[in-house]
Every structure is written in structure tokens, then in C-alpha cells.
Design a protein around this ligand. Structure first.
Ligand code: ADP
Length: 205
């Protein structure tokens, strides 16, 4: 009823809305606060409430577009570029992840290994302890990354576009005049699923 009144008569003061509903301004206060916080109404001092014209799904979209990588990222699981395929398989099991980031001695991203990369390497008859991951990994500069301030929705789009399960969260560092990526986190399909659930549980729209 409040929304209908404001749609019809806005801008309108809280006092006037209360009058129309035969209620006191104090009774209405929490309702107005919720409608304003949720974005359906806007309030201007000395003018009153007006209808923003936004639908529930527009407001949801706006909220989703505020979710950033740094709010949802996990700690990265990395292996050194000198590791063997055997070591990488052990790390993947021990750390319970599906994607490993490959780094050099300075924590700089040099490659990435997925479950299928390791399965493929295991299909041959080679000794897995003697096969270095550096020959089977996907390597820089062909790695899709993201930064902590990126929007989660943009990362979700990258996962879909590139058909990958996760991306490293990186910070750019300059060494010898070259910009390189230091690995500081990870975003995978699991993080995005968790964000989706957390969003649904928290949201009041
Ligand atoms: P899987 O290979 O187990 O299905 P993915 O779909 O994540 O897992 O990986 C597909 C291929 O893309 C693999 O060869 C992997 O090395 C590569 N890859 C995975 N993540 C990335 C990324 N962030 N950037 C570039 N390549 C990636």
C-alpha cells in the first residue's frame, strides 16, 4: 500500500503517507526504512519519498554487480614449476582442489594445471615422477586472471566464455621493467556458488 501511495502521489512526506493509511508516522517508520534500503523508494530531505521505478530484479542485478572478488576469494593452492606430474597429483588430492596454479620461486604465476591436464599426462607410459609439470601446463601469457577489485560477475562471465573452472587472483608486480602476476588468491565455480547461496540468505529484497 505504501508503494502504491508513493507511486500515485510522490514525492510525498512520511507524515502524509501515514495520514492516508490512518496510522502514525512512528508506526510507518520501519516499513519506510525497509523500502528505502531495498531501493524501491528514495527519500529527499524536505521533499519526501518518491518511487525509484526499479523492479525487484533490477535491484537484484544492481546488488550482484557490487559483489567483488576480494569479498569471495579463497586462498590459492600453488605448486612450484619444478614439481613433477606425480607431485602435482598428490597436491591436488591433499589440498582438495581441482586447479593448481604454477609459480616460480618468487610466487610469480607461470602456469596453470587442471584435473584433465594431469589425467592426460598420466595416460602415457611415462614415469610420472620424471615428467615435469612445466611441459604439460597451460602457460603464461595464455592464462586468464582477475584482480581483487574485479566484479565477481565479470569473473563468472570469464569462466563461462573460456570454459574453465577457476582463475587465479593476482596482484601486478613490476620486475626488471616487466609487469608480472603474483598469485594472491583463487576464484572457482565453488566460490561463485557459495556467493550465490550467501547472497540469497542475506538479501531482504
Ligand atoms: P578440466 O581440464 O579439468 O576440465 P578446466 O576446464 O578448468 O578443467 O581447464 C581446461 C583447460 O584450460 C586446461 O588445459 C587448463 O590448463 C586450462 N585452464 C584452466 N584454467 C585456466 C585459466 N584461468 N586460464 C587459462 N587456461 C586455463
Amino acid at each position: 500500500m505504501i508503494l502504491e501511495i508513493v507511486k500515485d502521489r510522490g514525492p510525498i512526506t512520511g507524515e502524509q503517507i501515514a495520514e492516508k493509511l490512518s496510522l502514525t508516522r512512528a508506526t510507518l517508520r520501519p516499513d519506510l526504512a525497509i523500502l528505502t534500503m531495498a531501493g524501491f523508494l528514495d527519500a529527499r530531505p524536505r521533499v519526501g519519498y518518491f518511487y525509484t521505478g526499479k523492479t525487484g530484479s533490477q535491484l537484484l542485478g544492481e546488488k550482484i554487480k557490487k559483489m567483488t572478488v576480494k569479498q569471495y576469494q579463497s586462498i590459492p593452492v600453488v605448486v612450484n614449476e619444478s614439481a613433477s606430474v606425480y607431485d602435482a597429483i598428490c597436491t591436488m588430492f591433499l589440498e582438495d582442489v581441482g586447479t593448481l596454479f604454477v609459480v616460480n620461486g618468487n610466487g610469480i604465476l607461470v602456469g596453470i594445471l587442471s584435473r584433465k591436464d594431469l589425467l592426460r599426462a598420466s595416460m602415457g607410459k611415462q614415469e610420472l615422477e620424471s615428467v615435469p609439470i612445466s611441459i604439460i601446463m597451460t602457460r603464461m601469457p595464455n592464462i586468464t586472471t582477475c584482480n581483487p577489485d574485479d566484479l565477481l560477475i565479470d569473473v563468472a562471465n570469464k569462466l563461462i566464455d573460456k570454459q574453465i573452472d577457476g582463475v587465479p587472483v593476482v596482484r601486478d608486480v613490476e620486475t626488471d621493467g616487466k609487469v608480472q602476476h603474483e598469485v594472491i588468491g583463487r576464484i572457482t565455480k565453488t566460490n561463485i556458488t557459495k556467493a550465490f547461496v550467501r547472497f540469497a540468505n542475506e538479501d531482504t529484497v
